[in-house]
Design a protein around this ligand. Sequence first.
Ligand SMILES: CCCCCCCCCCCC(=O)SCCNC(=O)CCNC(=O)[C@H](O)C(C)(C)COP(=O)(O)OP(=O)(O)OC[C@H]1O[C@@H](n2cnc3c(N)ncnc32)[C@H](O)[C@@H]1OP(=O)(O)O
Length: 219
Amino acid sequence: MSVDAQPVSELPDPRNFGLPVVAEDELPEELRTLVARVHDLVDAVAHTEADTSELARASAAVHELTERLNVKRRDVGAMLERPRADGGTDYQTLTNVVSGVSNPAAVPLVLEETEDGVRSEFTLNGTYQGPPGLVHGGWIAALLDQALGSASAAAGMVGLTANLDVNYRNPTPLNAPLEITARVTGAERRKVHVSGEIRHNGEVTAEGTAIMVRLVAPS
Ligand SMILES: CCCCCCCCCCCC(=O)SCCNC(=O)CCNC(=O)[C@H](O)C(C)(C)COP(=O)(O)OP(=O)(O)OC[C@H]1O[C@@H](n2cnc3c(N)ncnc32)[C@H](O)[C@@H]1OP(=O)(O)O
């Protein structure tokens, strides 16, 4: 199987797909701080045992805040544009639920390029719980999907997941350091084959393979 990769500098421009683009330096630091605080808020709400009057006050404050923020909303599908170390340009979905920098529900997963693909270290709080003390299997699949898609994009082949196959080898713990890695293993025509793993203390907890189908820019 051969790898028919485009140079990364030729990643498709989301504007060609009709998507709005936000430059990284246009994203206010205040938004990043708000996102981090709401991320912590979700965990706090999920686990609070505060008394009922405190819950009522918090509920009213959050409702009022939601109305204030909804006064001006960004378009769905907005993409974040950031410069790459190699001089090219990287694009990410701003509100991506796994890694979007403006999404408080995101992990967030910051994937860095390695010699053969992408890698990240991260920790999941109780928000991502499935079985007691363990990460939800659907989120494990989502994390692998994102890493596999990013490995394909990092190799110059941006695509959508056509097929995702996940094997859960060991429980994935909450509130513990995790590592995710992914790489391209082959490509034919528009199909890109990718594989990846999640590890805890060096032991694989889950592994996945996927077929990404490369996007074709509208003519
Ligand atoms: C720029 C900024 C954006 C940047 C956006 C980057 C975001 C990455 C985000 C992370 C990943 C996601 O969550 S993606 C979200 C979840 N995925 C989706 O929503 C995708 C939904 N599915 C689709 O839209 C479609 O089925 C596609 C695009 C996958 C394929 O449709 P298509 O474009 O018409 O392609 P098609 O001709 O059918 O197939 C092309 C080749 O792929 C093969 N193929 C097609 N489907 C499958 C399949 N399920 N399993 C195996 N192989 C398949 C075909 O046999 C063929 O191989 P051959 O004949 O050449 O041998």
